[in-house]
Design a protein around this ligand. Structure first.
Ligand code: 173
Length: 505
């Protein structure tokens, strides 16, 4: 950790260290000597050199975990703080593209005209910075799985019950024993500040208002403690965990989370290596100035073509194994859930290991392309665990969750009917806060509430316990070719991938 130094430097002094030979940068009012670190920066040296001698906070913030710099630089490289008045602002010319984007921002429809979760995506696509949109929306390889995640819901149809008094309906439930106003939670998504300066705090605040649970990502843009500090009394949060090769770091993080009151640990098991998200990768190439690339190629040893996510995920341990499970059980009393289970065999193993549940998920289609949808896996897991262990679902002791592709309360109700305790929703909330900040997330949650209320009545269920398997026909779920009417809203938001193109000279 940093040796606190009280030295105050002037911006002019910092500005003199603006070269590869001596490179200082300012982040959050602190000055760091990163000369020796340049070649080790996972994102390459070029981006740091752009800010040499200057304030790099705005570039640094969205794509780095908050402590990245203090954790990676030895204390003697922490040079002190800087007199803010004397700092040269990096002159960022507002590009024509950015001006056009701000213009589009000013034309957003009022929230009262946003009717469903698809609408947020349609607005986000045109008002977000291109790179941020590419990062959030991209998925693995040919993006087949991301689309299948949504399409799978079209292969399950309702068998509603009638003439039940549905004057009042209650769709609240319990997730890992904690109250939730709906059978859904806000799932973990990285790098919230790419979409909005308040990042994940938009989700924390809206979750409190609507009585839903937020899963905090390991790779949030806001610090873990800031996200926990933003809760209201009694508000429940879970933590998504990427397991570090250095288990001491993971142990510290997990125990800190438990001590701060986190109520469930969701260990990600589907990302031993980050998937190729080509839309995101192509954006990186297009953003580069060809002249600069050639000039610096020799000096830049790190392959940055796979973007910030790949760079900051290098700590994730591909060696994670079933053998590690007892260790997790020994370091925490929090319920442990595996996130990213994709077949009944692994769900069964998780149950036999004494875990609290599994998330049947393919990481929003961002990892293995042609991974099946969570909904399809759910159906199989319920069947096999009932047959092999006599379990019935939803089950309090071993809970099944699903995520990916959910846009409507009807989607959630289908998963609940098939045995899920709750369903995770990720991207729609990113799009909501990227286009409207916290109010967007509030509105998205309100839309889901309204959809639940109506659809509970229409299927004839007064409580979540009454949403049972016989209320759905899932006979086509695992048939991957079934003609159903296309979802026009979803399809018009889906942005086709692009081929490589000739450069404009
Ligand atoms: O899906 C992701 O983008 C993701 O999980 C991730 C992993 C590492 C760094 C940033 C994001």
């Amino acid at each position: 950790m940093s040796a606190p130094t009280s030295k105050v430097l002037s911006g002019q002094e910092v500005a003199q260290h603006s070269s590869r030979e001596s490179c200082w940068i300012i982040v959050h009012g602190k000055v760091y000597d990163v000369t020796d670190f340049l070649d080790d920066h996972p994102g390459g040296s070029r981006i740091i050199l752009k800010y040499a001698g200057k304030d790099a906070t705005a570039e640094y913030d969205p794509i780095h975990p908050p402590n990245a710099i203090t954790d990676n630089l030895p204390p003697e490289k922490h040079l002190g703080s800087v007199d803010p008045e004397s700092v040269l602002k990096v002159k960022v010319e507002v590009s024509d593209e950015e001006k056009a984007r701000m213009e589009r921002m000013s034309k957003r429809p009022p929230l009262s005209e946003i009717l469903n979760l698809h609408d947020f995506e349609a607005i986000a696509k045109v008002v977000m910075p291109e790179k941020a949109w590419a990062y959030y929306s991209s998925a693995a390889d040919d993006e087949i799985t991301i689309r299948e995640n949504h399409a799978a819901y079209h292969r399950v149809w309702f068998r509603p019950r009638i003439l039940r008094d549905v004057t009042t309906v209650d769709y609240s439930t319990k997730i890992l024993g904690h109250a939730s106003s709906m059978p859904m939670y806000i799932t973990a998504t990285a790098l919230g500040k790419l979409g909005h300066p308040d990042g994940e705090l938009n989700l924390t605040r809206a979750a409190a208002k609507h009585g839903v649970i937020q899963m905090i990502p390991t790779l949030a843009s806001c610090s873990f403690d800031d996200i926990v500090d933003a809760t209201k009394p009694g508000q429940v949060q879970f933590l998504q965990l990427y397991v570090n090769k250095d288990r001491a770091i993971t142990k510290k993080l997990v125990q800190h989370a438990e001590q701060r009151g986190i109520k469930g640990l969701f260990i990600t098991v589907d990302a031993p290596q980050l998937g190729r998200r080509e839309k995101d990768m192509r954006m990186k190439f297009e953003a580069e100035d060809p002249a600069e690339v050639t000039e610096n190629q020799q000096q830049d040893r790190v392959d940055r073509s796979q973007g910030a996510a790949r760079a900051i995920s290098s700590f994730i341990d591909p060696g994670l194994d079933w053998k590690d499970i007892p260790w997790f059980q020994s370091i925490t009393k929090m319920p442990l859930i595996l996130k990213g289970v994709q077949c009944w065999e692994d769900a069964l193993e998780a149950y036999d290991c004494g875990l609290a549940g599994v998330v049947l998920s393919n990481h929003g289609g961002r990892q293995l392309d042609f991974a099946r949808s969570g909904l399809e896996i759910l159906h199989e897991v319920v069947h096999e665990l009932s047959a092999r262990r006599g379990l019935s679902f939803p089950n309090e002791k071993f809970q099944l969750f699903v995520d990916g592709g959910v846009r409507r309360a009807t989607d959630v109700l289908k998963a609940v009917a098939l045995g899920a305790t709750a369903v995770g929703v990720g991207r729609p909330f990113l799009y909501a806060f990227s286009s409207y900040g916290q109010e967007g997330v509030d509105k998205a949650l309100q839309i889901l509430h309204d959809e639940f209320e109506m659809n509970m009545r229409l299927i004839g269920a007064r409580t979540i316990a009454e949403v049972v398997p016989s209320m759905v026909d899932a006979s086509s779920l695992s048939a991957h070719i079934v003609a159903v009417p296309g979802d026009r809203l979803y399809n018009s938001n889906y942005e086709s991938m692009q081929h490589a193109r000739l450069r404009e000279v």
